[in-house]
Design a protein around this ligand. Structure first.
Ligand code: ZN
Length: 341
């Protein structure tokens, strides 16, 4: 019987040495340590043995059982260690791989131009004055010398709200009245940037929303020479010291006299090209001396005070600078466009 036990032990150990899979290990356990295993049969049959053989056979049988259980545990630990090692090498993180780049955001091209414009006017002592986007008919038109019957109203196709007399501002000029009423009779040096809205057919040249930067200087003894000098200084800072400028007579209801400022075309140097429509000049802003009626509406006595105002479109400046041919790119949110700036 003892020899039989040694045989059971040897065979089980040999079988275990060939076990490589978790499932095989389970099967091995059932076969060699399970209820119907040879070893269990020996243990179950102890009571059938002659009394004097029982202690020796029982002792050895239990030793074999303990040895096989220990061998099973050792094998199981080894299989788990191997499995873990394989998983680690399979799922290894390669730290030498380059990292994934996080795309960097940047300023919208119109915002870049706006910041450039702010910086120039700030250096010349102008503050930024922000005004509301939703305006009344009075501030957007009437107080700027554009009464309801005035034909100039046709120039501003307007978004009206459902509230009578309330509209989306068509230009930043109503801010002039607001800042004058707030500061009169103090002198004023401000720029008024912001979004404007026009009820227009959207095309390559016109959008229903766009930025404007308005400027206003009010004080005593401000003359047309101040307007020319200041705007020339702006043009030189914006487009370079060598830039040639010219003032062209124009008409706006809220300024008198009025002028548009052109700069020599920087694409062709004045020779004439497609960008300047063969004129050699590019229009960059409108300007003029503040109309006496507007000064009065703002709370300034036109006998004592005078001032000048101007307005420009940052999108238009950006289009000229980068030769962008379609204004619709600005709000289309197409990254292929935006990533170029
Ligand atoms: Zn040109």
């Amino acid at each position: 019987m003892i020899e039989n036990l040694e045989l059971i032990l040897t065979r089980a150990q040999q079988a275990l040495a060939g076990v490589e899979q978790e499932a095989d290990l389970q099967a091995w356990r059932v076969r060699h340590l399970g209820r119907s295993s040879e070893l269990s049969q020996v243990l179950d049959g102890l009571k059938e043995l002659p009394r004097e053989q029982r202690p020796a056979v029982g002792k050895r049988a239990n030793e074999v059982k303990t040895a096989l259980e220990a061998a099973h545990a050792a094998r199981q630990a080894k299989l788990q260690a191997t499995a873990l090692e394989q998983a680690l090498s399979r799922e290894r993180v390669d730290v030498s791989l380059p990292g994934r780049r996080i795309p960097l955001g940047r300023m919208h091209p119109a915002t870049q131009t706006l910041l450039e414009v702010y910086a120039i006017w700030r250096e010349m002592g102008f503050q930024v004055y922000r005004s509301r986007d939703v305006e009344t008919d009075a501030f957007n038109f009437e107080l700027l010398n554009i009464p309801a019957y005035h034909p100039a109203r046709d120039q501003w196709d307007t978004f009206y709200t459902t509230t009578p007399g309330v509209l989306l501002r068509t230009h930043t000029s109503p801010g002039q009245i607001r800042v004058m009423r707030e500061r009169a009779p103090e002198p004023i040096r401000v720029i008024l940037p912001g979004m404007c809205y026009r009820y227009e057919q959207i095309s390559a040249r016109s959008e229903i929303q766009f930025n404007q930067v308005e400027g206003l200087a009010v004080g005593e003894n401000i003359t047309f020479a101040d307007l020319k000098g200041t705007l020339n200084a702006f043009a030189r800072r914006m487009f370079g010291d060598q830039v040639q400028t010219r003032f062209r007579a124009a008409h706006f209801p809220f300024t008198e006299p009025s002028a548009e400022l052109d700069i020599e075309c920087f694409v062709c140097g004045g020779a004439g090209c497609g960008v300047c429509k063969s004129t050699g000049w590019l229009e960059i802003l409108g300007s003029g001396m503040v109309h006496p009626t507007v000064l009065l509406n703002g709370g300034y006595d036109p006998q004592r005070f005078s001032g000048f105002a101007f307005g420009m479109g940052p999108e238009r400046l950006t289009m000229l600078k980068h030769r962008i041919e379609d204004i619709r790119y600005f709000w289309a949110n197409d990254l292929r466009f935006l990533e170029q700036f």
